[in-house]
Design a protein around this ligand. Structure first.
Ligand code: ADP
Length: 600
């Protein structure tokens, strides 16, 4: 679409250019013609003035010569040889001074009596010029003027003739007795035209070119001569009987420059001075103008093209800016949408998180309740166990007490004391059981205290220091990282003391009695590893480790409640108590507790 429009514009512009160039050519040609003609007219005016002044210069000469002393003498006495000779010499001198071609005198019949060229090869003396128009004019009492080719000399010239009367002061009715003639050469005048590039011609009244800076046009007519004209020419031998043909009949090469011209009359013989301005030059000038116009049009075209390109670039820039703006708006919208989605997702996540928290708190409550319920269940179990455990010493105490009464009645005080001692020890055992249960039965509140595990480890090991010493066992403590957990210090220490005591029991029989406690931190948990060099956990024991009242120890040493209670305490702290045999021997108990999240 755009290409077709461009083609149309181009075509229109080309047509307009051609039209403008054509008009410019026509106008410029017309202007050049006018200019050339004006210039030509000016040039002609100068040439005409030149010619007029030359002609004028000689105009009075024949009249003046009529006053020469010997003129009338010779006319009246042509055979006065001396007078003729004097006149001839006088004519020659004057001719040389005035630079005329020749000066001569004719008698009333046209015969030359004296001439400046009397001593020349082509002397006029004795020649008859009665046929020349200037003679016939002069002999009739008028000034005669004529241009023609010399009959004797064959040289063209301008003849001026004046009548001579008998008396110097011519009287009314006098007839001329002779004619004085001066011949002037106009060739020099012709020479001044050589510098002109354009053809210049001087034509006579009949339209015959007799002077020109184009020699090939000389003695040819502007138009074909009419028969009467030809006859007249033949009568006067004006152009030495040369055949006068029109310039237009010349070979084309010789005609070049002939055509439109400017002219002005000159002299008294109806002559026309003509100038033929060069058509080629006018065309060249017009062509130059046309080229300038074409160049202007080209410049205009280039400017228009540049302007058009500039506008298009501007349009493109605007379009791309619009596109960019649209894209930005779209992007903004998409971002807004995406933000909306993200906000929604975030809200959904928050809602879910809230729900999770609710669930978690529900779980926690449930767990607490479960723990409590578990504890109660365990308590039930324990109650049965305790009943059983307490029943035995109680039954024994009653039996021993009864027997002690009997022994005292019998006066067997020694046996009575023995029985009482047994009763005492049995009640001590019962007290121990009760003491352990006391701590366990208490429900833990929301434990918020911070327990520094390294301190708890130190304190627990210190509690068992004397027992250690007794046994000859060593407890090494390796605190690899500080760790704080949420919980109850006393209970935590209770757990650690339980585990350390079990370890001490385990190493009792061992060769090397070593207990190693390590505190470390991993993945948000504090780990307390208590490893001993004892015999490890027997396979049949492992499944029952954490059951209450499960023990492999004698009744005086163990009740089987330590691990069960410890595990419960650790679980209450959201931790875990586990046990395994170390690959290098001995048992290792691991307390895993969540680290306290420090509020910063
Ligand atoms: P008690 O110590 O009163 O027996 P516990 O619940 O503390 O009760 O221990 C249960 C049983 O687990 C022990 O009797 C013992 O057989 C076993 N046990 C506990 N600690 C260790 C240990 N460090 N090495 C080997 N066995 C152990």
């Amino acid at each position: 679409m755009r290409a077709r429009r461009n083609l149309l514009i181009l075509t229109l512009f080309l047509v307009a250019t051609l039209l403008v160039c054509g008009i410019t050519y026509r106008l410029a040609l017309r202007k050049a013609e006018v200019d050339q003609k004006t210039q030509g007219a000016a040039q002609l005016q100068i040439a005409a003035l030149d010619l007029e002044s030359i002609l004028q210069k000689y105009e009075a000469l024949p009249f003046a010569l009529g006053f020469q002393a010997d003129v009338r003498q010779v006319l009246q006495h042509p055979d006065d040889v001396l007078a003729v000779d004097r006149l001839n010499r006088a004519f020659k001198t004057i001719q040389q001074q005035s630079q005329a071609v020749s000066i001569f005198m004719l008698d009333r019949r046209g015969l030359t009596l004296a001439s400046s060229n009397w001593d020349d090869e082509f002397s006029f003396v004795g020649r008859d010029f009665g046929f020349r128009p200037y003679f016939s004019e002069a002999v009739q009492g008028r000034a005669g003027r004529f241009y023609g080719i010399g009959n004797i000399s064959s040289e063209p010239g301008y003849f001026i003739a004046q009548p001579i009367y008998r008396r110097q002061d011519q009287a009314e009715g006098d007839l001329p007795i002779g004619v004085m003639v001066v011949k002037v050469d106009l060739a020099e005048f012709e020479h001044t035209w050589r510098s002109s590039a354009d053809p210049i011609t001087l034509t006579d009244a009949g339209g015959v070119v007799f002077l020109s800076n184009r020699p090939e046009w000389k003695y040819h007519s502007l138009q074909a001569l009419s028969p009467p004209m030809q006859q007249a020419l033949a009568g006067t031998h004006q152009y030495a009987d040369l055949p006068i043909t029109p310039v237009s009949a010349l070979p084309p090469a010789l005609q070049s420059g002939f055509g439109s011209h400017v002219s002005r009359p000159v002299g008294r013989l109806g002559w026309q001075l003509m100038l033929f301005p060069s058509q080629a030059r006018m065309q060249r000038t017009a062509m130059l103008w046309t080229m300038a116009c074409a160049l202007l049009m080209l410049a205009l075209a280039i400017s228009l093209l540049a302007w058009y390109q500039h506008r298009r670039r501007l349009e493109e820039r605007m379009a791309s800016r619009d596109a960019l703006r649209r894209a930005a708006a779209e992007l903004e919208q998409r971002i807004a949408e995406r933000t909306g989605q993200l906000t929604a997702a975030n809200q959904a996540l928050e809602a879910r998180y809230e729900k999770l928290q609710q669930t978690e708190s529900l779980l926690r409550t449930t767990q607490n309740e479960l723990v409590q319920a578990g504890k109660l269940a365990m308590l039930g179990q324990m109650a049965a166990g305790v009943t059983h455990e307490l029943n035995q010493p109680l039954t024994a105490i009653r039996a021993f007490a009864d027997n002690a009464v009997k022994f005292l009645a019998r006066g067997q005080s020694a046996q009575a004391v023995e029985n009482l001692e047994y009763i005492s020890s049995a009640s001590a055992t019962m007290g121990k059981i009760i003491a352990q249960l006391k701590g366990f039965a208490r429900k833990s509140g929301e434990a918020v205290a911070c327990v520094d595990l390294s301190q708890a480890i130190e304190a627990s090991s210190l509690l068992l220091a004397s027992e250690c010493q007794k046994l000859g066992a060593t407890i090494s403590i390796d605190i690899r990282a500080a760790a704080c957990v949420t919980g109850d210090v006393v209970r935590t220490e209770q757990v650690l003391v339980n585990l350390l005591r079990n370890a001490l029991d385990a190493v009792e029989e061992a060769e090397h009695k070593r207990i190693a406690v390590v505190l470390e931190v991993a993945g948000g948990y504090a780990l307390v590893r208590i490893r001993d060099s004892g015999g490890g956990i027997a396979d049949e024991v492992a499944p029952h480790l954490f059951e209450p009242f499960f023990t492999t120890k004698s009744s005086s040493k163990g009740l089987g409640l330590g691990l069960a209670i410890s595990s419960s305490i650790v679980q209450a702290m959201n931790g875990q108590l586990s046990a395994h045999n170390h690959e290098e021997g001995g048992a290792e108990f691991v307390v895993r507790l969540p680290l306290l999240k420090m509020e910063t």
